[in-house]
Design a protein around this ligand. Structure first.
Ligand code: SAM
Ligand code: SF4
Length: 478
């Protein structure tokens, strides 16, 4: 789609083409920050309003340890208010790593002649999904290189295959996609297969820096990628995810770029992105990046807190690229989804013999190799409520409707009970006994907490459904 300023307006002012690097740098260089300004901006966010780019710049320019702590505390409070203590779990599933592009940071790039290229055939894909179901997974993100073999029809077919695999009590209830941008017709084809979110990461929002990292193939075209989710929206895919690969360029620029992309989507389609991802670059086969823009742990934890405050209603996704201790820390600032039991080598879920990472078979290094059970155990111990909920998507609560999130009581009525129901299924079907015990204790604690505010009818229905799950019934949700 061509950018259409007539259609895309914020408060009746037509938007400029949406990434203007001078505008972003001007905000970073010239926006003052102070304790008073930071507190005002945090308050706006706690009132559940999305921040403007200038307000985000106030947070970015708050450099002192005291103000950074204040921002992190604000993010923690917002997370509690909007998302409660749920953490949604998913797993990535790499379907094919052929790639015509040459992204210098990625092990799948076309010039990596050492890469072991593989596309799962149907029976291999089924085996992977069976192994994931055996672990208790219910939500997947399918990942593809960018190659003519991975046409919209091929992607749609693989999504259908995944939904069709039912092993024991297992089934995949939501399939998200991370693949190359398409034409409008292509998105319509994948939408038909019942996808959840379509994710495209812009990698860097800086057009010139972008060119340095994307040397060949379709992905070398910055604008085509930037408008990829506009075409998705035009095709009716109203559930989209954006992201930036931190470490390619100045993190402050990327944070404002993500906010810019968000307000562009809101202005044009009345709905912002469902999720924002903020992967930090990790080692990949044969990559030789200078590290000029590598983001330190200190800045990374800070930027997650800023993103949380910037876009109160958007899910934040944190992956196993990050090590355990960083995952644990930034989860407190408002991450809403994490992966667990992640393997990114093609075919690795079904092939339990080969546990070591081989970078020529993988896109990059992961730093959290724990099983799903171990991740869940830690979440339970830390007071979170692990969730495999897919109810909104299956009840059509996506796109503009997802803004129902702002309806008072939505979390109490839907999200928390559904988290408990899906956790209960996991505990009954897949958890080791000691984890099941911890899990049921956490469910009971959450019911007690919910009783303080939810209508008694909701609690009755929840108790009833939990009892049904204990008796073997599955897939109950509000
Ligand atoms: N090939 C498609 C693409 O590039 O959009 C889809 C998936 S790609 C496999 C998923 C994401 O992984 C990329 O968008 C990029 O942000 C991230 N990625 C690539 N190389 C990485 C690295 N070395 N470290 C961390 N993340 C990386
Ligand atoms: Fe291909 Fe995606 Fe890797 Fe780029 S990031 S080389 S498009 S798989």
């Amino acid at each position: 789609m061509q950018f259409n300023p007539e259609k895309c307006r914020i408060e009746d002012v037509p938007m400029k083409p949406f990434i203007d690097q001078d505008e972003i740098w001007d905000l970073i260089n010239n926006t003052p920050s102070s304790k008073e300004l930071v507190q005002r901006v945090i308050q706006k966010s706690l009132n559940k309003e999305r921040l403007t780019m200038a307000e985000v710049a106030v947070l970015i320019n708050a450099d002192s340890p005291e103000l950074i702590e204040e921002i992190k505390a604000g993010a923690r409070e917002l997370k509690e208010r909007v998302y409660g203590n749920r953490i949604v779990l998913f797993a990535p599933l790499y379907v094919g790593n052929k790639c015509a592009n040459n992204c210098t940071y990625c092990g799948f790039r076309s010039t990596n002649k050492e890469a072991v290229r593989k596309t799962l055939d149907k029976s291999e894909l089924i085996k992977e999904v069976e192994a994931l179901e055996d672990n208790g997974q219910k939500r997947l993100i399918l990942v593809y290189g960018e190659h003519r073999d991975y046409s919209p029809e091929y992607i749609a077919e693989s999504v259908r295959t995944v939904y069709g695999v039912k092993k024991g009590q297992g089934e995949i209830r939501r399939v998200n996609i991370n693949a190359a941008p398409m034409e409008i017709e292509g998105y319509k084809i994948v939408k038909e297969a019942g996808i959840g979110t379509y994710q495209i990461f812009q990698e860097t929002y800086h057009p010139e820096e972008y060119k340095k990292y994307h040397l060949a193939g379709q992905k070398a075209d910055f604008d085509y990628r930037l408008t990829g989710l506009d075409r998705a929206q035009e095709a009716g895919v109203d559930d989209v995810g954006i992201g930036s690969l931190f470490g390619l360029y100045d993190w402050r620029f990327e944070v404002i770029g993500l906010v810019r992309h968000t307000n562009h989507l809101e202005a044009c389609y009345n709905v912002g992105p469902h999720t924002i991802s903020f992967p930090r670059i990790t080692d990949a086969a044969g990559t030789n990046l200078t590290g000029e823009y590598f983001v330190s742990d200190k800045d990374f934890t800070r930027l997650v807190a800023i993103l949380r405050l910037a876009v109160p209603y958007t899910g934040l996704i944190l992956t196993a690229r990050e090590p355990e201790h960083i995952r644990r820390e930034v989860m407190r600032f408002g991450v809403s989804q994490i992966d667990g039991g992640t393997k990114i080598e093609l075919g690795a879920y079904a092939d339990s013999v080969n546990e070591d990472q081989n970078l020529n078979k993988e896109q990059f290094t992961i730093n959290d190799n724990r099983s799903l059970g171990e991740v869940i155990e830690e979440l339970l111990e830390d007071g979170y409520l692990p969730s495999f909920c897919t109810a909104c998507y299956r009840n059509g609560r996506t796109g503009e409707h997802f803004m129902e999130f702002s309806v008072p009581g939505f979390i109490k009525k839907f999200c928390s009970p559904n988290a408990m129901l899906t956790l209960a299924e996991y505990l009954e079907d897949y958890a080791k006994p000691h984890i099941a015990k911890k899990g049921w204790d956490v469910i009971q604690k959450n019911i007690d907490k919910l009783k303080e505010t939810a209508e008694p009818r909701v609690i009755e229905m929840l108790d009833d459904r939990l009892e049904q799950i204990r008796k073997g019934k599955r897939d109950l949700y509000f």
